[in-house]
Design a protein around this ligand. Sequence first.
Ligand SMILES: C[S@@+](CC[C@H](N)C(=O)[O-])C[C@H]1O[C@@H](n2cnc3c(N)ncnc32)[C@H](O)[C@@H]1O
Ligand SMILES: Nc1nc2[nH]cc(C(=O)O)c2c(=O)[nH]1
Ligand code: SF4
Ligand SMILES: [Mg+2]
Length: 208
Amino acid sequence: MQIKEAVSSGTMLPVMEAFYTIQGEGSFTGHAAYFIRLGGCDVGCVWCDVKESWEAEKWPVKSIEEIVAEAEQHPGRLVVITGGEPLMYNLDPLTELLKSRGFQTNIETSGAHPFSGQFDWVCFSPKKFKEPHPSIYQVADELKVVVFHKSDFDFAEKHVSKVREGCVKLLQPEWSKASTFTEQIVNYVKSNPNWKISLQTHKFMDIP
Ligand SMILES: C[S@@+](CC[C@H](N)C(=O)[O-])C[C@H]1O[C@@H](n2cnc3c(N)ncnc32)[C@H](O)[C@@H]1O
Ligand SMILES: Nc1nc2[nH]cc(C(=O)O)c2c(=O)[nH]1
Ligand code: SF4
Ligand SMILES: [Mg+2]
């Protein structure tokens, strides 16, 4: 019961894995970063590349002190909180501790739950499978839409009017469909230069 309360207050969190690697996607591509992948997701994307993360109960619950102490073992001071869906949890305590220890905090989120935490960069990747919570639109620094079907271009545009003016707009091919959609995505960005392309470069490099 005490653990359950700690998880709901955000002082303990289920961690599927944590690893020091290179940010492969989005505006921070190429930066060394420590990834904290929280367990649990209720969005259910058919093409999700970490389906094993969905069941929160499968993963060990750790205190935020333990999570941050592990991050401190590496030279980089950029942390990316991902999942699963990290906003299923109250991220205020974890991000406050990370910032007090000098980390830059970035998040990867579908925005499907109310926003929490102190983040320096918010990557918002909306999903058709579960509507975003309205709190995400005012904080998103980057709108990263995965292209899996031709209708995803319209889905991407639907979000443009809701995010802030300076929000970076990225189209990212779904990994298994990348070759099918390359030409369409390239042509789309050439015709709509407010968008840029994001590729999952870590998969090309075969690194985590
Ligand atoms: C695994 S998700 C975890 C964070 C959060 N649940 C979300 O969806 O933003 C991390 C990023 O990978 C993207 N992603 C997941 N599966 C993908 C795939 N098969 N191809 C391309 N991008 C994918 C997501 O859209 C998201 O931007
Ligand atoms: N290298 C690397 N970059 C990433 N950017 C976002 C990722 C994620 O799964 O959230 C990810 C990931 O899993 N690995
Ligand atoms: S929201 Fe993210 S973690 Fe959840 S199913 Fe979709 S891609 Fe996977
Ligand atoms: Mg990934």
